[in-house]
Design a protein. Structure first.
Length: 317
C-alpha cells in the first residue's frame, strides 16, 4: 500500500500546508519564568520542521502568568515574549513548515488553589479535581469579558510573532471543556443548559480571536470527542458541540479523547485534524484506535483511507 496522499498539500482555509503530517501540541515545560521561550525550546521546534513535518502545533500557552500557575510553557500577556516567539516562527518557516499558536485560559477545576489560597475557577461551583472538598469559583460574566480581552491581546502577540494560525485549547477537561460539558457546566444563564449555550464561552473566544487576526487566518479547535468515563461527554453530545462550532466559523477541529479522569487516553492517542465528514468520526471512534494502536499496519490503512476519501485533512502524532 502506498502513502503518497500523506505527502500531498492540503489547506485549512487559505493556509496551505505542504504535507499531511502534523506535530501534535505537547507541553515541554521549558520556558523561562518570565514567559519567554528558551533557546533549547526554539531549537527543538526548528529541528522538527527540519525533519519535514508539514505543520507544528505548539503546546498550549496560557493567557497570563496567573493562569499558568507555575507551568513553564510561557504566557502571552506581554510584548516581551515577542523576540523568542519570532525566533521560533522564523526558524520553522525556513524549512517550509507552518506553525500554530495554541492558546489556553487555563486548566480550570484541574488547577490547585493559588498562592493566596483562592480556589480554582471553573464554569460552575463544582468540586476541584484534586480536592473534592474544595469548591471551584464559577466565573462571572465580568470575568469572562475580561478573559476575552486577554485572548485578543494574546492573539495580537501571536500575529506579531509570525504564527500562521491559532488553535483554541478545549481539550482534556480544561476550562473551556468544562463549559462545553454538562458534567461540569451547571450554569443556568446563557452559558449553560444546552449545546448552544454550553458552546457560548468557546464561541466568545473564537470571535475575540477572529476580531484580531482577521478573516484569513485559520482558527483551529482542539477537543476531546469522548471523555471515556461515566458521566463525561460522549461522542453523541460532542457531535452537537462540533456542529455548533462549525456553524460559528471554526476552520478545523483537532480531535482527541480523554480528560484528567482518564489520563491514559490523553497520553496514548492518535490525533486527526479537520474532520469534515461527520459520519467518518463514528468510524474512527477512539476505542477502536486504541485497540489497533499496536498494529501500525492496520491503523495506518484506516487513517490513510480516511485521508484519501476526504474525511480528514491530516494525521498528527
Amino acid at each position: 500500500m502506498s502513502y503518497e496522499k500523506l505527502f500531498t498539500p492540503f489547506k485549512i482555509g487559505k493556509m496551505e500546508v505542504k504535507n499531511r503530517l502534523v506535530m501534535s501540541p505537547m507541553g515541554t515545560n521549558s520556558a523561562l519564568a518570565n514567559g519567554r521561550k528558551t533557546d533549547n525550546e526554539i531549537d527543538y521546534f526548528i529541528e522538527r520542521a527540519k525533519g519535514g513535518v508539514g505543520m507544528i502545533i505548539m503546546g498550549c500557552q496560557p493567557l497570563n502568568e496567573k493562569i499558568a500557575q507555575g507551568s513553564m510553557e510561557g504566557y502571552m500577556d506581554s510584548f516581551t515574549v515577542l523576540p523568542s516567539l519570532t525566533s521560533v516562527c522564523d526558524g520553522v518557516h525556513k524549512y517550509g513548515a507552518k506553525i500554530v499558536c495554541q492558546l489556553t485560559p487555563g486548566t480550570g477545576r484541574n488547577a490547585f488553589p493559588d498562592t493566596l489560597g483562592n480556589p480554582p475557577m471553573s464554569a460552575s461551583e463544582i468540586p476541584s479535581a484534586f480536592d473534592p472538598n474544595l469548591m471551584c469559583h464559577a466565573l462571572t460574566k465580568e470575568e469572562i469579558s475580561k478573559m476575552m480581552d486577554d485572548f485578543k491581546f494574546a492573539a495580537g502577540v501571536a500575529m506579531d510573532a509570525g504564527y500562521d494560525a491559532i488553535e483554541i485549547h478545549a481539550h482534556a477537561g480544561y476550562l473551556i471543556d468544562q463549559f462545553l460539558s454538562p458534567v461540569w457546566n451547571k450554569r443556568t444563564d446563557e452559558y449553560g443548559g444546552s449545546p448552544e449555550n454550553n458552546t457560548r464561552f468557546a464561541k466568545d473566544i473564537y470571535h475575540a480571536i477572529r476580531e484580531v487576526v482577521g478573516k484569513d487566518v485559520p482558527i483551529l479547535f482542539r477537543i476531546s470527542l469522548d471523555h471515556r468515563f461515566n458521566g463525561g461527554r460522549d461522542l453523541e453530545y460532542s457531535m452537537k458541540i462540533l456542529k455548533e462550532l462549525e456553524k460559528e466559523g471554526i476552520d478545523a477541529f483537532d480531535i482527541d479523547a480523554g480528560c484528567y479522569e482518564t489520563l491514559d487516553y490523553i497520553l496514548l492517542t492518535l490525533v486527526v485534524i479537520g474532520a469534515v465528514n461527520w459520519g467518518l468520526i463514528g468510524f474512527l471512534r477512539f476505542d477502536l484506535v486504541r485497540v489497533l494502536f499496536g498494529d501500525m499496519t492496520i491503523l495506518s490503512r484506516i487513517i490513510y483511507a480516511a485521508v484519501g476519501i476526504g474525511g480528514l485533512y491530516a494525521i498528527s502524532y
